[in-house]
Write a protein that binds this ligand. Structure first.
Ligand code: RTP
Ligand code: MG
Length: 149
């Protein structure tokens, strides 16, 4: 089995609203492994690099302003199919189109205040993890793993 990693980030609205604990709980309960975690302020340069695929789009300046407006909780989660499954748990980009039971569907209303980011592909995850965690990740094997897979 190829174990994937994904970069998952609680955005400033999720941190301000006290949703970090619930979000961590969802990924932990599902059986994913926490490999990196930090609360941090984001400078403009990091926000622009993270969202570089959206440079030039009309919403880009507002998106960068939003991501730099307060601390975010940056995380790396690991496990089988975490990139796609992590996005399913998050819901659609627009919270209005997100099903109840998803993070955005349970907590969001506005496209520009959609609580959480998740990598959209294995390649994006690799790039984002390198960008946000240049110091590297924790090395550990959870004892519960044989009870999950
Ligand atoms: P994210 O990267 O933040 O996880 O969100 P996503 O993959 O679901 O959506 P993406 O297309 O990557 O867009 C990044 C963020 O930009 C804002 N956005 N606004 N048309 C619009 O006004 C528009 N499109 C995107 C959203 O806040 C989205 O999360
Ligand atoms: Mg995206």
């Amino acid at each position: 089995m190829v174990t994937e990693q994904s970069f998952i980030m609680v955005k400033p609205d999720g941190v301000q609203r006290g949703l970090v604990g619930d979000i961590i709980k969802r990924y932990e309960q599902r059986g994913y492994t926490l490999k990196g975690l930090k609360l941090m302020n984001v400078d403009k340069s990091l926000a622009e690099k993270h969202y570089e695929e959206h440079q030039g789009k009309p919403f880009f300046p507002k998106l960068v302003d939003f991501i730099t407006s307060g601390p975010v909780c940056a995380m790396v989660w690991e496990g089988k199919n975490i990139v796609a499954a992590g996005r399913t748990m998050i819901g659609a980009t627009n919270p209005q189109a997100s099903a109840p039971g998803t993070i955005r569907g349970d907590y969001g209303i506005d496209m520009g205040r959609n609580i959480i980011h998740g990598s959209d592909s294995v390649e994006s995850a690799r790039r984002e993890i390198g960008l946000w965690f240049p110091e590297g990740l924790a090395e550990w094997t959870p004892v519960a793993k044989p009870w999950i897979y």
